[in-house]
Design a protein around this ligand. Structure first.
Ligand code: SF4
Length: 468
């Protein structure tokens, strides 16, 4: 993927994308604001959620070991995965042990983060998304552009085209004469997916939360398709980021209040599924849990950035971000777009190794709207600023950039009054020259202000510091 500024420039030229995004984000934003305003102790809930997550992160190893013990006691098999490759290998091995060539999937950011669908495809195993928006993305050979609504960049006319062209390739074709009525599109998806639910022997999920005291995994969703995957197949593999652990059910209570209002603007999400290992004769009879690091311990070691691991993936920060609203999610080049993506990707992958990742902390105006809405109070602007400093440090040495040279020259000038006096006299002719030669890289995205009529020093002298 190109660095953010290049990808954003392309996205900004797409008027349809901007129209779709502006409409969708404004709708979710308004809904969220209304239902959050109903809760008198919303700020206290945010503080409690942030405190719980911080407590867990500072003692993560203890909570994870407790979770592992509870899971094993409940009949699950626990795997630990250091990175994406290990996690994909574990899921593929489970599928191959059952001789299946397809699995059904519950919507999961973790499995997208590790590129599971692509890895399984290389092993000859098809992974079918069952969340409606994920299905639209998959059938359209597209990439998700939003954490909660991966197909937010598509309107219903585009979805109809995708269903007509893509469903037949993946199973049951779209009904003849399908129009773009939302109810008809949803029915087409329901019929298409039903075949897959009834056939699948292996399902793959993530988890929104993992309760350490009982080894219970939790998935919250709006459609109920996830629940079909969690109950019908005989084998279930759940890929769970290690930061998803919460110590007790009492802790979970806070997050089940924070999440639905922040994400879909609902008082309570329609479906909350919980499962604890294996229950004989009920649901999957073989349950695997893959506890995934993939950069999370790297993020944990970052004193400022570790708060990003509090994230409960509600997507509220995306819906209020002026940058996201104009560029869409693809410009961020990652499954985590928007403000949280701008900090999570560099934290998980490290700065200084990839220009695209290093560009993300700059994909923000630092307006602070993301911090205001975050249900777990992640101070995204502060993390962005800290990561910018890390990016600058990582690129020190070698040939300095023109901006760095200009800043150094400015610093030297401000330190010497004589030099500053001379520079003030040269401001006008200097700016005139700069305008003619080589300032376009700067002025392409910013204004170059006109030179003032007189310097501050001259003004002070002339007016006696504003007194005359
Ligand atoms: S950073 Fe906060 S607002 Fe953004 S997705 Fe995570 S929890 Fe939600």
């Amino acid at each position: 993927m190109p660095p953010f500024p290049e990808a954003a420039r392309i996205a900004l030229a797409n008027t349809q994308l901007r129209t779709n995004l502006a409409h969708a984000t404004a709708t979710i934003r308004d809904k969220r604001a209304r239902v959050v305003a109903e809760v008198d102790d919303w700020e206290e809930l945010r503080t409690a959620g942030a405190a719980t997550k911080d407590r867990v992160l500072l003692d993560l190893d203890t909570h994870l070991v407790r979770l592992e013990e509870s899971l094993i006691r409940a009949g699950a098999t626990v795997h630990w995965a250091r990175d994406a490759e290990e996690a994909c290998r574990i899921v593929a091995d489970v599928a191959k042990a059952h001789h299946v060539d397809e699995v059904v999937k519950v919507k999961s950011m973790a499995t997208q983060e590790i590129g599971l669908n692509e890895a399984l495809a290389q092993e000859g195993i098809s992974a079918w998304e069952t969340d409606l928006a994920e299905l639209i993305v998959q059938l359209g050979d597209d990439l998700p552009s939003h954490i909660l609504v991966p197909a937010i960049h598509r309107n219903r006319a585009e979805i109809r085209e995708i269903f007509l062209a893509g469903m037949a390739r993946a199973g049951r074709p779209a009904p003849e004469g399908l129009d773009d009525e939302p109810a008809h599109l949803a029915e087409a998806a329901r019929l298409h997916l039903r075949e897959k639910f009834l056939r699948a022997e292996v399902a793959v999920s993530g988890a929104n939360f993992a309760v350490a005291e009982t080894g219970t995994l939790v998935v919250v969703e709006s459609e109920g398709n996830g629940r079909m995957c969690l109950t019908l197949p005989q084998v279930l593999v759940s890929v769970v980021g290690i930061e998803k652990v919460v110590p007790t059910w009492a802790d979970l209570d806070v997050f089940l209040q924070l999440l639905p209002r922040s994400s879909t603007g609902e008082r309570m999400n329609p479906f909350t599924s919980t499962w604890t290992g294996v229950t004989p004769g009920d649901g999957p009879q073989e349950v695997h849990v893959v506890l995934l690091d993939n950069g999370r311990t790297r993020a944990l070691a970052d004193e400022v950035g570790r708060q990003a691991l509090r994230c409960i993936r509600c997507s509220a920060c995306l819906n209020v971000c002026p940058v996201y609203e104009r560029t869409g999610g693809h410009a961020y080049g990652s499954v985590y777009p928007g403000p949280i993506g701008a900090i999570l990707n560099p934290l998980l992958r490290g700065v200084g190794v990839d220009d695209q990742v290093d560009s993300l902390p700059y994909a923000s105006s630092l307006c602070g709207a993301c911090y205001d809405v975050c249900p777990v109070k992640i101070d995204i602007p502060s993390v962005l600023v800290d990561l910018r400093a890390q990016v600058v440090d990582a690129h020190r040495g070698g040939v300095p950039r023109p901006e760095a040279v200009a800043m150094k020259a400015a610093a030297a000038t401000f330190r010497r009054p004589g030099l500053l006096r001379a520079a003030e006299r040269l401001t006008r002719p200097g700016l005139a020259v700069v305008r003619r030669v080589g300032a376009s890289a700067w002025t392409g995205a910013r204004d170059l202000p006109p030179a003032p009529k007189e310097s501050f020093r001259a003004w002070w002298k002339r007016t006696d510091g504003g007194r005359s």
